[in-house]
Design a protein around this ligand. Structure first.
Ligand SMILES: [Zn+2]
Ligand SMILES: [Zn+2]
Ligand SMILES: [Zn+2]
Ligand SMILES: [Zn+2]
Length: 469
C-alpha cells in the first residue's frame, strides 16, 4: 500500500512478508509514448521506424498500415495532421526534439478523457520549480511541446502542459527497449535505492509488473533503482541529483565502502600497496575529499571523477570481442582500481560473457580465472543489487559451467598421470551438490523478468494503493 512518511512523501510499503520472486503489484500506464529526447520511433509500437514509411494522415513515422491505424497512434493522429509545421523525418539516426511533445500530448488527452486517471497522478512530483531554473532545458520543452501543440491547434493551458511534461520527466520509466517511456500511477511511488529490493518489467500492453528480488518484511519499503546499480558513488549521486533533484541517502550511499562492496574504491597511487584504499571522507557530500586509508593522501572528487571517466573512455575503445585486449586492460586498471570497483566489475562481466562461449577450449589456469571473475561479480551483486536479478543469473550460469569444465580438465590431467580420480566419492558428491545449487540460483535469477501474459498477474497482487493523508 501507499503510505505517507515524514520527509519522503508517499512510498510503497509491504503489508505482509514478501518472498523472493513474489509479484508485488501490476500497474497500468496512465500514458506511454516515445522517449522525450530520443531518436525517431514508430508512433504506434515505439520501435525504430523504416526509412521513408510515414503515416498517410499525419505524416509522422510508422512501421506499416497496422501501426498507422494502431490504437495508441490513433489518439493523436488527427491532431498532428493539423500542424502547419511539418517536422523533417529524413534523418532517423539523430535525436528529433519535436518527439518530446508526443508523450505529454497523450497524457493531456488522458486528462480530458479520463480525469480520474489524471487525478491519480496528483500526488506525484513534477519538479517544475527546479526545472524552470535551467532555462536551456525549460525552453527546449516550451518550444517543442507548449508551442508545437499550439501549432497543432491544441488549446491546452501552459500550466497543464508544464505539469504533464514535469510528471513524465520525473516519474516515467523506460520501455520498448529504451525507445519509449511510460508513467504509472501506483508504481511511481516506489522509491529509489542504490541497492534495491525489487525489479520491474514493462510490457508492450502498457502494463508493469513489480517483483521482489529478495525477502521483504511487512512494513518495509519497496525500492527500485532508477539508474543502473553498476555505477560508482559520484556518478550515481550526480545522476540522481540532476534528473530527480534529490540527494540519495540509501545505506549504500551513506557508507564510503558502499556496504563493503568497494564499488567506488580506488587504490592509492602514492603508497602503491594493494591494501591502501582510497574512499570518500564523507560519501553523502559530493565536495568531500577522498582519503587513502594508509598514507592519508587526499584527493579531490574532481580527480576521482577524471580517473573514472578516463578508464571508462578507454574501455569503450577496446574491441568488444577481443579477450586479449580486455584481459590486458583489466590487468593495467587493476593497479589503480579496487578489484570490485564498478569499472572492474564491468570489465569482468564483459570477460565472463566472452569466455562463456568457449569454456570447453580453455586451459585449467584460464578456467580458474573465469571462476574467480564470476565469484567477484556475484559477491558484489549480493551487496549492491541483492537477490534475484537477471544479470546475476547470467554470471551464475557461466560460473556453473566453468566449475564443470574445471572438474573435467582436472579429471583428464589425473588420468594422464595415471593417478586415481581427483576427488574421493565424498568430495565428488559435494562438488555436484554445490554446482546444482549455483545452477538453481542462476535459474531463479533469470526468472525475475517474467515474460508471461501480464494480464494473469491480478491474482498475485499483494499491494493495493491507498492514499493516506
Ligand atoms: Zn510500428
Ligand atoms: Zn498518423
Ligand atoms: Zn543511494
Ligand atoms: Zn596512500
Amino acid at each position: 500500500m501507499v503510505e505517507k512518511r515524514e520527509g519522503v512523501g508517499r512510498i510503497l510499503v509491504a503489508t505482509r512478508d514478501i518472498d523472493p520472486l513474489e509479484l508485488i503489484l501490476w500497474d497500468n500506464a496512465a500514458a506511454m509514448g516515445p522517449r522525450m529526447g530520443g531518436k525517431p520511433v514508430c508512433l504506434q509500437c515505439l520501435k525504430p521506424p523504416k526509412p521513408g514509411k510515414l503515416c498517410g494522415t499525419c505524416g509522422w513515422p510508422v512501421c506499416d498500415e497496422k501501426c498507422e491505424t494502431g490504437y495508441s497512434h490513433k489518439i493523436e493522429c488527427d491532431i498532428l495532421a493539423k500542424s502547419i509545421e511539418k517536422p523533417d523525418f529524413s534523418k532517423l539516426d539523430d535525436v528529433l526534439e519535436v518527439y518530446r511533445c508526443i508523450a505529454p500530448l497523450r497524457l493531456l488527452l488522458v486528462k480530458n478523457k479520463f480525469p480520474e486517471i489524471w487525478e491519480r497522478l496528483s500526488y506525484l512530483m513534477d519538479h517544475n520549480e527546479d526545472r524552470v531554473k535551467d532555462p536551456e532545458l525549460w525552453n527546449l520543452y516550451q518550444d517543442n511541446v507548449n508551442k508545437y501543440l499550439k501549432v497543432c491547434g491544441q488549446e491546452f493551458c501552459d500550466e497543464d502542459v508544464d505539469r504533464a511534461v514535469g510528471l513524465l520527466w520525473t516519474n516515467s520509466f523506460a520501455c520498448a527497449s529504451g525507445g519509449g517511456q511510460a508513467i504509472f500511477p501506483t508504481f511511481s511511488f516506489a522509491s529509489h535505492s542504490c541497492k534495491p529490493n525489487c525489479a520491474h518489467s514493462v510490457f508492450p500492453n502498457k502494463t508493469l509488473a513489480l517483483q521482489a528480488k529478495e525477502k521483504i518484511k511487512a512494513g518495509e519499503e519497496f525500492t527500485i533503482s532508477y539508474i543502473s546499480t553498476l555505477q560508482g558513488l559520484l556518478k550515481r549521486r550526480s545522476k540522481l541529483r540532476d534528473k530527480w533533484f534529490f540527494e540519495c541517502t540509501c545505506a549504500r550511499c551513506q557508507d564510503a565502502t558502499e556496504c563493503g562492496s568497494h564499488a567506488s574504491t580506488l587504490l592509492c597511487q602514492v603508497c602503491k600497496s594493494p591494501d591502501a584504499l582510497v574512499t570518500s571522507t564523507n560519501p553523502i557530500d559530493p565536495k568531500a575529499e577522498w582519503n587513502c586509508s594508509k598514507c592519508q593522501q587526499k584527493t579531490n572528487p574532481e580527480e576521482i571523477n577524471a580517473i573514472e571517466n578516463r578508464v571508462a573512455e578507454q574501455m569503450q575503445k577496446l574491441a568488444p570481442s577481443s579477450m586479449a585486449e580486455f584481459e590486458s586492460f583489466h590487468e593495467d586498471v587493476a593497479l589503480e582500481l579496487h578489484p570490485s570497483h564498478y569499472l572492474m566489475l564491468l570489465l569482468k562481466r564483459h570477460l565472463i560473457a566472452l569466455y562463456s562461449s568457449c569454456l570447453s577450449s580453455l586451459e585449467l589456469e584460464d578456467l580458474e580465472r573465469v571462476e574467480s571473475y564470476c565469484k567477484c561479480v556475484d559477491d558484489a551483486y549480493n551487496i549492491i543489487d541483492p537477490g534475484y536479478q537477471k544479470d546475476r543469473g547470467s554470471v551464475l550460469r557461466t560460473m556453473c559451467e566453468t566449475i564443470v569444465s574445471i572438474y573435467k580438465v582436472k579429471k583428464m590431467i589425473a588420468k594422464k598421470r595415471l593417478a586415481d580420480g581427483v576427488d574421493n566419492e565424498e568430495q565428488f558428491k559435494k562438488r555436484v551438490q554445490d554446482c546444482c545449487e549455483v545452477f538453481q540460483e542462476a535459474q531463479k535469477c533469470l526468472f525475475v523478468r517474467v515474460k508471461k501474459d501480464p494480464n494473469d498477474f491480478s491474482k498475485f497482487a499483494v499491494v493495493q494503493r491507498r492514499d493516506v493523508e
